[in-house]
Every structure is written in C-alpha cells, then in structure tokens.
Write a protein that binds this ligand. Sequence first.
Ligand code: URA
Length: 239
Amino acid sequence: MRLAKYLANAGVTSRRRAEILIAEGRVKVNGEPALLPQTLVDTDDTVEVDGIIVGGLEEKAYYLLNKPSGYISTAHDTHNRPKVTDLLKSTKARVYPVGRLDADTSGVLLLTNDGELAFRLTHPSYGIKKVYRAWVRGLPERGTMKKMSDGMIIEGKKTSPSWVRLVKTEYKKRSALLEITLTEGKKHQVKNMCSAAGHPVLKLHRESFAGLKADKLPEGSFRRLNNDEISMLYRLVGL
Ligand code: URA
C-alpha cells in the first residue's frame, strides 16, 4: 500500500494532508525518513509520524506507567540507556510512549499501540492537560508566575497559556514547588519555561495526563487502562 494511503487508513489524517506530512520529512518507515507518498509499505513495516508509531494490526493495548527517572521514553537510543519500554517487557503488546518525558522526569506516561489515539493526544490542537510538579531554584514571585502562565517566548515561539501555581516554598533551601498545567508539549517545555523565568528546575514529576494519575502505583510499575478511561481518552480527542 502507498504510504499516504496507509497514513489515511490508520486514521492519522487525510490522504492529501498525509502527502504534506511526508514532504515535510515528518514520516519515517522502519526508522528511515520517507519523502515520497508513493513509498510502498505493508503490515510488517513500522511507520512513524513525528516519532509516534501509527497503524498496525495488533490488538490495541493501553497502559499507564509510573515512570521512574533514569529511563528514556524514545523507542531507539544509540547510547543503550534503559528505556521505558523495558519496564513493560512482561506484556506481549508492542506499545509506545504517548509523547515524551525527559530521562530525568518521573511520573505518568501512557503507552499504547493505538497510533491514531496517540497522535491526537499529543497534538496541541486537542489541548490535552498535562499537570507537572516542578521543584525550582529560588522563590518565584507572583508576577513571574503570571508571566509564565501568560506565555513565554522560547526559541522564538510563544508558549500557549498555562496554569502556574505555587504549592509550597522551602525558604531555607531557597527553592519552591510549582504546579504547572500545560495544554501543549514542546520539548523540555517546563524546564525551558522555568529557566526563562529565572528559576531552573531541580526536579520534575508529571502528576497527570488527560486527568489520569498514577495514584498508588509504585514507581516503575504500570497498569492497564480500564474501559472507562479508554473511552474518556477517545471522547477527549473526538474519536
Ligand atoms: N517538560 C520538560 O521540560 N520535561 C519533561 O519531561 C516534560 C515536560
């Protein structure tokens, strides 16, 4: 099947828009950039859009992992570092992280082989809420937090409005715990926003993704999402 048709069939986008994604170099087949819509793919091939695997005929599986720090969330790593997928080895399904958390970030990470859902959950147009708790250096002032939530210019682009609130302050250690709720997921966004505000992140944890929390799940453990949670995610992204 032609790549553009494959992407359309997988529900990623229309065939026409798929051709644009391909031309923009955002599509990879088996890890290699594919620049031609007529590239032929079949069910054995792994197709990625913006690093997210799409399509496939496997039964759909949905997990929530309480990610420990020290694990990378990309599927391939040239440095042989531990991967979040190593933590789900006991499951048979080939699942992939929904978006990314930095290696030193802990907390809620969804993994699935449902490419269409993953694509939409990470697309900023759906405004999926991600709640982070960040220990930062220094004691941020109210005005600084307002600037952060209004949107900061990072690498020439303004971040979308977010919610920033002070949870607690450690006066002696001159550090503070902020809760930051984002509706987009630019690379290193929380760290970049906090650094730009003059309060570098010391420790970062994701409390929730689309309202889903780790609750009592110990770090490094995972659980299957239940049907209500899966339906809720589908509803959130209009599926
Ligand atoms: N923002 C970051 O800076 N890092 C993450 O891992 C997630 C959000």
